[in-house]
Write a protein of this length. Structure first.
Length: 292
């Protein structure tokens, strides 16, 4: 994998963590407001604040991928034909609407929930634009539904663990009320689906590459050869992270959540997604001119 792709890899992962965490926190805030309005702000506002910092960090990484970062503004000039331009617009739009939503959540404005939904949709549009940059490339391993599954899976896997960690941090060692405990359990189910579904689809993806053109077959060869041990390790470490979150929530019940275990669960899933994204970049072979 080329050195210039490292900042791009970190941009995709951290932005997916930020967007996924916001979506999950917005869902938790919505349900908590209906059941325990007095505690909704306490358990979600610190998390919403952290999302902005994560998104800014991801955008900083994206600048290092550009040949001339000072000319980044020119990348937005082709909205009609460029998915890169759409990615920049939606990622920047998410950051703007995050700030508006965060301020509304702080003040418990009546329109905060609507703003949260709008911001979540803009975030999903940013992920969709991000995916389409790769799915319209000359690398067969990327022009596959697997790219959508991998990127949206990472968004909800990282977002679920990120939201759980931020809610646990906001609790600050206090005992959890039943409504918060219930929402964390729902988050864990989302995490399970987000981690397991990409792993289930992986054999189908590799099989489809094996029946494709020369570049696709080369990618399939890498995935079943050089990267097979890496993929197995990736699956095990991601599942271990989700399993640790479920174990931690079950052990805690309505009591205080052990922060170190929740942070470790998030770290394991992040490492798993990092490995998966490394394989995503490293196994993609370009179509050579003149070859089918």
């Amino acid at each position: 994998m080329f050195a210039e792709e490292w900042p791009l890899m970190m941009f995709t992962l951290i932005s997916q963590l930020a967007i996924g965490s916001f979506i999950m926190l917005a869902c938790v805030r919505l349900f908590l407001t209906k059941q325990e309005g007095a505690t909704a702000s306490k358990f979600t506002n610190p998390g919403f604040k952290a999302v902005g910092a994560l998104m800014v960090l991801s955008l900083i990484f994206s600048l290092f991928h550009l040949g001339t970062p000072t000319g980044a503004y020119r990348s937005i000039l082709n909205l009609g034909s460029s998915w890169l331009s759409r990615e920049i617009l939606t990622a920047g739009g998410f950051l703007v609407f995050w700030f508006i939503s965060y301020r509304a959540y702080q003040k418990d404005n009546s329109g905060a929930q609507i703003l949260g939904v709008v911001t979540s949709l803009i975030g999903l549009a940013a992920i969709f634009s991000m995916v389409n940059i790769y799915s319209h490339s000359i690398r067969p391993a990327w022009t596959n539904v697997n790219t959508y599954i991998a990127f949206f899976g990472a968004t909800f896997a990282l977002g679920s663990l990120g939201a759980a960690a931020l809610i646990a941090y906001a609790a600050k060692g206090a005992e959890l009320i039943s409504a918060v405990s219930a929402q964390l359990k729902k988050i864990s189910w989302v995490a399970i689906a987000a981690v397991v579904l990409p792993l289930i689809y992986l054999p189908v993806f590799i099989s489809s590459l094996g029946s494709g053109n020369a570049a696709a077959q080369a990618s399939a060869h890498l995935l079943t050869g050089s990267y097979v041990a890496v993929l197995v390790f990736r699956g095990l470490i991601s599942l271990a992270g989700v399993g640790l979150l479920i174990y931690t929530l079950k052990r805690a019940g309505k009591k205080a959540i052990p922060l170190n275990l929740v942070y470790l669960a998030l770290a394991l899933v992040f490492v798993g997604e990092f490995i998966g994204r490394y394989v995503f970049y490293g196994s993609a072979v370009s179509i050579m001119i003149g070859l089918n």
